[in-house]
Design a protein around this ligand. Structure first.
Ligand SMILES: NC(=O)c1ccc[n+]([C@@H]2O[C@H](COP(=O)([O-])OP(=O)(O)OC[C@H]3O[C@@H](n4cnc5c(N)ncnc54)[C@H](O)[C@@H]3O)[C@@H](O)[C@H]2O)c1
Length: 258
């Protein structure tokens, strides 16, 4: 048997929120392959067990990113099992609703801001102190192409992701001298169950095909992205190769924002 090559992230303790989702799972699988010690967090217990199958030795924890107690206990569990957390990937998020901002209900607004913005902030709040102890760390938050400019289709989602973009930049400035880097990725439309669902909402197959083609046409590359194309960017930002990169919001969008 050959010696297993050392991965870029060998032994690095990493928390991933939204680890049961399409992009969180794809990040988890690649980080596990490259040697990271993972704590996988999501509200979806079944999905987490599925993710854990491709991440041997990982710890899984079910909970809500909106709850300070839940997020604090992820940080505590990570420390107890593996030690202080060195890397954070905050992928938990919710999308929708597709209606004008003034037609969005208060509970829909609160859900988007609580999960997308407060959830990202809580993860940073409880995990960055571990990085301070270590004297280094790297955080990747999940914004969106819709977090870099307005969206007539998903206006409040866009506003929440805009907040994630500036949370990223503010955190990066707070911790720039502490060797803790904070960046975010801004995906365009990525092939995933979240996106399939929004296309299926269009109704019959003709309407679905029209919505899919309209969405693809918004990307100059005329296709949706693949989860692996987001993972490549997340792993780069986490890695030492990006040691002088902090506070960026990186579009991964087939040229949509060009
Ligand atoms: N898929 C895309 O096209 C796309 C584009 C731009 C940005 N994004 C962002 O990327 C991230 C991941 O998206 P995805 O496509 O993997 O979506 P997904 O729906 O597959 O995954 C999101 C995960 O977050 C979890 N989650 C939601 N609310 C939670 C809560 N309160 N507590 C704990 N977990 C919670 C869900 O259970 C799910 O597993 C999201 O932040 C999303 O907004 C996705």
């Amino acid at each position: 048997m050959g010696v297993r090559p050392q991965g870029r992230f060998e032994g690095r303790v990493t928390v991933i929120t939204g680890a049961a989702g399409a992009l969180g799972r794809a990040c988890a699988t690649s980080l596990a392959r490259e040697g990271a010690k993972l704590v996988l967090f999501d509200r979806d217990a079944e999905g987490l067990s599925e993710t854990a199958k491709s991440c041997p030795g990982s710890e899984i924890m079910t909970g809500d990113v909106r709850s300070a107690a839940d997020v604090k206990s992820v940080a505590d569990v990570a420390r107890d099992r593996f030690g202080p957390v060195e890397m954070l990937v905050a992928a938990a998020g919710v999308a929708g609703p597709s209606k004008a901002a003034i037609d969005v209900e208060e509970d829909e607004f609160d859900l988007l801001f609580d999960v997308n913005v407060k959830g990202s902030w809580l993860a940073a709040k409880y995990i960055i102190p571990h990085m301070r102890e270590l004297g280094h760390g790297s955080v990747v938050l999940f914004s969106s192409a819709a977090g870099l400019r307005g969206s007539p289709v998903l206006p409040v989602y866009s506003a929440s992701k805009g907040a994630v973009t500036l949370l990223t930049k503010s955190l990066a400035l707070n911790h720039a001298t502490e060797n803790i880097r904070v960046n975010c990725v801004c995906p365009g439309t990525i092939e995933s169950p979240m996106v399939r669902m929004s296309i299926e909402e269009a109704g019959d197959t003709v309407a679905q095909a029209a919505r899919e083609s309209l969405q693809k046409s918004m990307h100059p590359m005329r296709r949706f992205g693949k989860p692996s194309e987001v993972v490549g960017a997340v792993l780069y930002l986490l890695s030492d190769e990006a040691a002088f990169t902090t506070g960026i919001a990186l579009p991964i969008d087939g040229g949509r924002l060009a």
